[in-house]
Design a binder for this molecule. Structure first.
Ligand SMILES: Cc1ncc(COP(=O)(O)O)c(C=O)c1O
Length: 467
């Protein structure tokens, strides 16, 4: 991969011939501004060199310089961690915190969107973490936990979100939820109490999110999406004061919200005294460059960052979080308490352990490689079996959109596909109006031969609809 999650390092911005100095400076800056807090473990030189397409020697030398400057220390067991240094600039709040198969029904294949490779769930690492938690949890920890989430998990999440997504968050601002869905229900209820009774949604936009928000609110306001993401001009024409967007990887179209639109969206929220819900659902997976930093960092008071482990571990865990702006935090935490006293504590402690030991990030690196290979294979198979059907969106996430010939009805195509054993979603499912026909294809769970088989069959189905 050309780029790293870690500090969103983008090697393309490194001057030719001065890559080591560039890397050293990036790491120094991360330590100075607090994104890399004391005790944070740097990626191994091998992993970082691989992600940045640099030689390992370059990374080793950069780490060595930082060591000489006293900014990092090398541990006895190997590994390099950030030393006990006072940040040179005002630290971000996060810096002040310690770190704590193709599923076949019969011979059918489900390539509808949204799932990671669940067969890769890190069962051994999970069991190890769970055993450790069971043997070390205090009696007190087996009682009622903080409804907002156990402190160890919120601390570990604050560090991870700062490092990997540029999110500015005190653990105290993080509310552990039942996935993105749980975060949206809480938010919708709290916004409603404040007189914000409608929410703008991307059109097309995630059907699942839309249904949850529609359940809790009085109405939804569709706002069109183009190649730069959500149209902020169109949003500004509405009278709503809340909007949900997927800036890093728009669902379903796969575009990225442009820098101008990001700024415009924050300016809109300031003018309208509004709230932007940033659904960062699959931002961990960017295959062509380093992921774009989360929007929350631009305006922590206007943007509510929500995400979950559904795309990294498994939807079955029902674990997500939101980073609440100060003016909403107390009400959101109270709503979390009043709903069900919070998420199960033992599972939260297990997740904290996976984050603290680096096991979650290791798992993510393995998954990212696998998902990228599957996406590449899907792109190739689509070019072969669905010739002339364009693929939309950036190389990221767990799904892609294939545009169909304009005269086709995507619902008819998916109905026919279903009869022939291929489960796939029509693009129109995610839009308010029918729009252009397309298919939203999930490649995450399937070994490459299964994916190829599904796409070969889909190609025949589409050709049959066309002729
Ligand atoms: C756009 C979008 N947001 C969020 C989610 C995740 O929802 P949850 O975290 O509730 O499992 C999904 C799942 O498919 C999604 O497609």
């Amino acid at each position: 991969m050309n780029g790293a999650d870690f500090l969103q390092l983008d090697p393309n911005s490194a001057p030719q011939g001065a890559r080591m100095a560039w890397l050293t400076e990036q790491l120094r800056a991360g330590i100075a501004d607090g994104r890399l807090a004391q005790g944070v473990r740097l990626p191994s030189s091998r992993v970082l060199a691989d992600e940045l397409s640099m030689s390992r020697g370059t990374v080793v030398e950069a780490y060595h310089r930082l060591m000489e400057e006293g900014l990092v220390v090398s541990n006895r067991g190997g590994g390099t961690t950030v030393a006990n240094v006072i940040p040179a600039t005002a630290a971000t709040p996060a810096a002040q915190q310690p770190q704590d198969p193709g599923r076949a029904d019969g011979d059918g294949i489900d390539i509808s969107s949204g799932m990671p490779d669940l067969s890769a769930f890190p069962r051994a690492a999970w069991s190890r973490a769970e055993r450790k938690v069971l043997s070390t949890a205090t009696s007190r920890e087996l009682g009622y936990a903080d409804p907002q989430g156990v402190p160890a998990l919120r601390e570990a999440l604050a560090g991870w979100l700062a490092r990997s997504r540029g999110v500015v968050a005190e653990p105290d601002q993080i509310i552990v939820t039942a996935g993105v869905t749980g975060a949206l229900s809480l938010l919708a209820q709290v916004l409603r109490n404040r007189g914000v009774t409608t929410c703008a949604v991307e059109d097309p936009g995630a059907d699942g999110n839309r249904r949850i928000l529609d359940y809790w609110m009085d109405g939804l306001v569709p706002v069109p999406v183009d190649e730069d993401g959500l149209s902020v001009d169109a949003l500004a024409q509405t009278s709503t004061r809340a909007v949900i967007a997927t800036p890093a990887h728009q669902f379903p179209t796969g575009v990225v919200l442009s820098p101008e639109r990001r700024r415009a969206l924050v300016a809109w929220a300031d003018r309208a005294n509004g709230v932007v819900i940033e659904d960062d659902y699959d931002a961990e997976y960017r295959y062509d460059r380093a992921p774009v930093r989360a929007m929350q960092g631009l305006s922590p008071e206007r943007v509510v960052h929500v995400s979950s482990l559904s795309k990294v571990l498994a939807p079955a865990l029902r674990v997500g979080w939101m980073v609440a702006p100060a003016h909403l935090r107390d009400e959101l935490a109270e709503k979390r308490w009043a709903t069900d006293l919070g998420s199960p504590a033992l599972m939260q402690l297990t997740l904290a352990e996976l984050l603290e030991t680096g096991a979650l990030e290791r798992h993510l690196r393995t998954l990212r490689k696998k998902h990228r290979e599957r996406r590449d294979a899907a792109v190739e198979a689509i070019a072969h079996f669905l010739p002339g059907c364009k693929i939309e969106g950036i190389a990221a996430g767990l799904h892609l959109v294939v545009m169909l010939p304009e005269h086709l009805d995507d619902k008819v195509v998916t109905e026919r596909a279903k009869r022939e054993g291929i489960a796939v979603h029509p693009l129109s499912r995610h839009g308010f109006t029918t729009g252009v026909p397309g298919l939203v294809i999930g490649y995450g769970p399937h070994p490459i031969p299964v994916l190829e088989q599904a796409l070969r069959r889909l190609g025949r189905i589409v050709a049959g609809c066309t002729s």
